[in-house]
Design a protein around this ligand. Structure first.
Ligand code: PLP
Length: 238
């Protein structure tokens, strides 16, 4: 099946536009980093190519970019094998919810899984990683806004869950991830996540999207996940 399906309704950017957007975002990340005395090279820009056709990711790859975010296992299975064949050093993060029945596929496909948020999933990941002898970096997703419809471990349960993943299950947890509520000041959520990571001795913080990645960098983000500002608006899912 062609991932660049004929019903695609998003804006399709030209490769030069994608390259320009990437450069502009990198520049803003560097400025926000130096505002707070951080080394810009300590921040990784994850370009979120979800819902866009393979040609969008390919434009970014051609511009030298290597780190991507996708939110669906199935879409990634359709889109990335050929891109990876052309760019073996591409690095693809899962940033969307992971169903336990897709754990094996996710371990095989992704270089990092950012949405670990419950024990059943953590246990399945441990089993699959052992079985496949593949060890993608894991981030624990925290539902900092305690939104009922949103994935992520609740802030009060986070420390215990992080410990369970690392100590009991020996999972390669590298950091925390959050998606703040759309109608709240993201800075409060970023600060909360940073504090939580610090007290658990975790180095990496995945936070900040197109609207707020500079704020996230000022508050310690080590990975920002930016889609729209690079690839344009996404097509609506039908
Ligand atoms: C879609 C998505 C993004 C990118 O959002 P933009 O606003 O387009 O930059 C970042 N993080 C997650 C988890 C997403 O699902």
């Amino acid at each position: 099946m062609n991932p660049e399906c004929k019903t695609y309704s998003g804006t399709i950017k030209r490769p030069t536009e994608i390259a320009d957007n990437l450069a502009a975002v990198e520049e803003k990340i560097a400025a926000a980093a130096s505002d707070t005395g951080r080394d810009p090279s300590s921040i990784s820009l994850i370009s979120v190519s979800k819902s866009h056709p393979a040609s969008a990711a390919s434009g970014a790859l051609a511009a030298g970019h290597r780190v991507f975010g996708e939110n669906r296992v199935q879409e990634t299975e359709g889109k990335w094998p050929s891109l990876r064949a052309a760019y073996p050093d591409a690095n693809v993060h899962l940033i969307g919810p992971l169903q336990t029945n897709k754990t094996a596929d996710a371990v095989a496909l992704f270089d990092a899984i950012q949405t670990v948020d419950r024990e059943k999933l953590a246990r399945n990941l441990a089993e699959e990683m052992a079985r496949q002898d593949r060890h993608p970096d894991l981030f624990i997703q925290v539902n900092t806004g305690e939104e009922p419809q949103k994935a992520g471990v609740l802030p009060l349960d986070a420390d215990a869950f992080i410990a369970k993943c690392r100590v009991e299950l020996d999972l390669p947890v590298v950091g925390l991830m959050c998606i703040p509520p759309v109608d709240e000041n993201p800075a409060l959520h970023f600060a909360l996540l940073a504090e939580m990571a610090a007290r658990n001795g975790l180095d990496r913080l995945s936070m900040g999207m197109s609207a707020d990645y500079e704020t996230a960098v000022r508050l310690g983000a080590t990975e920002v996940r930016v889609g729209t500002a690079i690839f344009g608006t996404r097509p609506q899912r039908s």
